[in-house]
Design a protein around this ligand. Structure first.
Ligand code: ADP
Length: 464
């Protein structure tokens, strides 16, 4: 595998190499276009200065030689050539003393020779620093009536000053610090990624508590923050899923056991008609409970997955509420509950079938958790600000500490559990109201009654 660390290192070294190449080319162009001519001029001027000193003062041959040696010590390589082509060298010896043809013109034509101009075979300025006789400037002069040529070039070793060493040290230090910095940077970048990879492996094994200790203020920090959030959410979902499964299993288990138990009892010989009737009615009740549980679970699952095919249409909401009341009229009479309603004529746009579930749940709850001789009031109001539906009952009420969990799946206030209670109704109500962009509030006082207030925006939204 190509590790990120290795890729980063290779990329940085590559960039460093390219920078050196580009830097060198720019320096080369600068040298060839600006510095080279200045250097030639300078060297020619120095050679002429040496000659004028020699010609103005009548030196003996020995002092002339001593003088040239002294100049050479100052940092020059000198070649003195006479008309016969004989050469005398002063200072550091040349590596290559081949006398270029062009240089002959110094003696024959009294011309100035600038060897740096004649470099065509060496690439870049490197050639200009080679230690060759070729690479000098030459000026003609006369001594004792004889023509001579004085060829000089600065001794690069001697002329490399402290500033050169400082510059070289500077460049080396920059290169070293860059490489060390890059290695450190690469480690800093790859370490959290390695940690994140490790954490994802733990998540794949359903371990949601892998400690991720990345404290950074950059994108990687944000990524690890999001990762921690995701980890918490997954942990929450996982425990919700597990408790959902255990609740579902329990809720299926108890009616099934009842059905099995009473079916066994029905088989007993000599059973009275009354007992048989009682047992079959229990079996019937439990079967209905199972069927309602399955229906509610199916509805919840399809709402959860966003798979429920919404059948949006416009309808009279007041009519629908009246219909629900009609459906439960018999039960209200049976339980001796007085129901009143004020329903303003209201057009609503939504899924009528889904909303029927909402009213059904709220009304059956208001009946189930009411007191004999109690009352229920349904109010439907519609104005410019929106549509409000209120279900108010004079039932047993809900304790304050139960209100936050009221819409949770399988939540039931009464631990003893009513027979026809699943704890799923209000969570379905909440989902459907949210799907219709509405909100639901509960006001309740224990022993006094409860009030469920549903608000929908107005005008009724047309898109779902
Ligand atoms: P279920 O009624 O099937 O138990 P719900 O989700 O409809 O499930 O209700 C959850 C719980 O809220 C009920 O078990 C009940 O304790 C409480 N509850 C709901 N509506 C009322 C109400 N109108 N009055 C008192 N308690 C209520």
């Amino acid at each position: 595998m190509k590790t990120l660390y290795r890729q980063f290192t290779v990329a940085t070294l590559f960039i460093l190499a390219i920078s050196i190449l580009i830097g060198f080319s720019i320096a080369n162009i600068f040298y060839v276009t600006v510095t080279k001519d200045e250097t030639i001029e300078q060297n020619v001027a120095i050679a002429e200065e040496i000659i004028s000193t020699v010609q103005n003062v009548p030196y003996s041959d020995e002092s002339f030689t001593n003088y040239l040696q002294a100049v050479a010590k100052l940092g020059y390589q000198i070649a003195l050539v006479d008309s016969s082509g004989e050469m005398q060298f002063f200072g550091k010896p040349f590596d290559d003393t081949a006398f270029p043809e062009q240089a002959g013109l110094v003696l024959s034509e009294n011309e100035v020779y600038t060897g740096l101009d004649n470099f065509t075979d060496d690439i870049f300025m490197i050639g200009h620093f080679t230690n060759k006789l070729h690479n000098t400037v030459g000026v003609p002069f006369e001594r004792n009536g004889e023509p001579y040529g004085l060829f000089i070039r600065p001794d690069t070793k001697l002329v490399s000053t402290d500033i050169h060493s400082v510059l070289i040290g500077f460049v080396v230090a920059i290169a070293l610090v860059s490489i060390i910095g890059m290695i450190w940077m690469a480690r800093q970048l790859t370490r959290p990624i390695v940690q994140l990879t490790e954490a994802t492996k733990h998540i794949a094994r359903e371990n949601y508590s892998f400690p991720l200790d990345i404290r950074r203020n950059d994108e990687i920090g944000q990524l690890s923050e999001s990762f921690n959030l995701m980890q918490k959410q997954l942990q929450h979902n996982d425990s919700a899923r597990k408790s959902f499964i255990s609740n579902v299993s329990h809720d299926f288990q108890s009616p099934l056991m009842n059905i099995q138990g009473y079916a066994d009892l029905l088989k007993s010989p000599g059973l009275s008609d009354n007992d048989r009737l009682a047992y079959t009615s229990i079996i019937d009740q439990e079967a209905k409970r199972l069927s309602s549980l399955t229906r509610q679970l199916l509805l919840l699952t399809s709402l959860d997955q966003g798979a429920y095919p919404m059948k949006t249409k416009e309808f009279q909401l007041d009519e629908q509420l009246r219909g629900v009341v009609r459906k439960y009229r018999w039960r209200l009479e049976e339980e001796d509950i007085n129901l009143s309603y004020q329903l303003a004529p209201t057009r609503f746009r939504g899924d009528a079938e889904l909303l029927d579930n909402v009213w059904d749940n709220l009304l059956t709850n208001a009946i189930k958790y009411n007191k004999p001789g109690g009352s229920i009031e349904i109010i439907l109001q519609s104005d410019d600000t929106g549509i409000t539906v209120t279900f108010k009952d004079s039932g047993q009420g809900i304790p304050e500490d139960a209100l936050p969990q009221l819409f949770d799946r399988f939540y039931r206030v009464d631990a003893a559990r009513k027979k026809d209670s699943t704890g799923l109704g209000l969570s379905i109500v909440h989902q459907i109201v949210t799907l219709h962009h509405g909100t639901i509030r509960v006001n309740s006082r224990l022993g006094t009654g409860s009030e469920f207030i549903l608000s929908f925006p107005h005008p009724v939204p047309t898109q779902y």
